[in-house]
Design a protein around this ligand. Sequence first.
Ligand code: PGA
Length: 237
Amino acid sequence: MTQTLVVANWKENLTVNEAQEWLEKFRFAVNNLTIQQFSSVIICPSFIVLPMMAYEISKFEGVKLGAQDVSKFEEGQYTGEVSAKMLRDFVNYAIVGHSERRRYFNETDEDVRLKIEQCLKYDLTPIVCVSSIQELSSFPSELSSRRDVVFAYEPLFAVGTGEPDTPENAQKFAEKIKSEVGQSVRIIYGGSVNSENVESFVAQPDISGILVGQASLDADEFSKIISNSRVSNHEIH
Ligand code: PGA
């Protein structure tokens, strides 16, 4: 079946109450059957909203949850951290190495590598953000051809700016990732995606989906993104 990965990254937004309101709007705006048939939707709220979302999201077919980050440590004296082992009760995916984590929290390639390891150990699919080929080369070679890893191409100039990359550049980068990491890896694009431009990204042969920040906070706009993302011409295995 041809499906597109549509990932919502809510970042540091939406309280439990606001997330409930978002879900109410989303429920009216989408049709369960079409989500299931055409898209795999992954919502990444803040940690504190996850338990409520895990309960509510079970009512939607084809919608799963992801974390926005995960601890690089398995467990122990690491105040404030949330481990992959804790998260797996709620989520199937975790975003790792987002450029905002690198920029504001000094995350390094080594941190990202350890986080990927934790995800894979506890059966979470890591959505590994990369903004350059140099970053890509820092990942362990064991990642090659792993079908349970998703790479998100997120050029720094496009994240949160309203200025997306061109679909052609995204395709070129996706080809580079595939040649470095393996042909079967899934690659998504992130950076100022909205309901108007989503189609042009998912129409690229090696772009299997999108990662949406700002535009995912509006349930109506996010629903439009899902319905406009159905033109993908590739298979997700
Ligand atoms: P944006 O965020 O859609 O607001 O640009 C994308 C991201 O951070 O992945």
